[in-house]
Design a protein around this ligand. Sequence first.
Ligand SMILES: [Zn+2]
Ligand SMILES: [Zn+2]
Length: 371
Amino acid sequence: MKVSAAVVEELGAPFRVEELELDEPGPGEALVRIVASGICHTDEITRHGDLPMPFPGVLGHEGAGVVVAVGDGVTAVRPGDHVVIGWPSCGTCRNCRDGEPRYCARLGEALCGGGRLLGPHAGRPALRRPGGTPVHSHFFGQSSFATYSLTWAEALVVVPKDAPLALLGPLACGFSTGAGAVLNTLRPAPGASLVVYGVGAVGLAAVMAARLTPATTIIAVDRHPARLALAAELGATHTVDARAADPVAEVRRLCDGPTDHALECTGVISVVRQAADSVGMLGTCVLIGGAPAGAEFGLDHLSTLWGKRIVGTLGGSGRAQPLIGALIELHRQGRFPFDRLARFYELGEIGEALAASRRGEVIKPILRMDH
Ligand SMILES: [Zn+2]
Ligand SMILES: [Zn+2]
């Protein structure tokens, strides 16, 4: 079938919307009509080579839409189902079996192999140009910067039909990552303090999630005053402008000592050190933001020995279904208002959406597909 998709021709090239051919669903696969797809920082760093996705290819990994067809043997979803496209995983490695499919042993291949992970056509891209040249697909199992996506059916998360589908794609990645770091990884105790470094889409999701816990001190650190103001509206009890003050000293002042938890959402190496230095004995620093490939960071050795934990997290950890389901219900109740972060663009406006995001004018750009 014919689809419109934003193709990246080679490393660093701009997105260009083209008409491509997409395969029909084979065994285990589902065809999803994309309603909308969020744009995530990971799409941008992949375009610049920090993840090894082959090009030409189609990016996009926060897709939401409607199942239109399924292949043989699919029982997880049916045509007509509203879905968020979750990350694919092999289902058979130790981490998948232990309920941590975000850490599938075949993660690299699953997210940016450029073709299917599983099934009779494993490894093969699903997209091609009208002349037959293959175009790499299945970025995070979906390549959702397109009007349709061929996915692995088991990776789909069915969502209620009365939920606002066009807004839900970012629950597959950015919003789940921030919320899951708080709700799955940190689980703050009554009276706990936490600091969020970088309040873009992921950091603001962490702030909104922290407000749902018994943590009583929630500090947002950023360089954009508008984002800090939004963080305060969404649940931060304190804000720190990193251009105006030393954030580590400010955190210590606000917490009357080190904080219990820090979440590093910027991927900036100097900020990683600030986040690690903000937590004290038995404290936890969660690394979330993606730094450029090959980046390294340093720590103070002695203070790390004090029972400090530095832990990475991907996608919010745990299984996608219960977290996404809970976040949709919390949103309906007005307790996780992620719609405040979104702004819609058309697929052809992807360049403008990225530029506005880089300038800090929009927190979560979402591309709406014209059908
Ligand atoms: Zn696995
Ligand atoms: Zn992402």
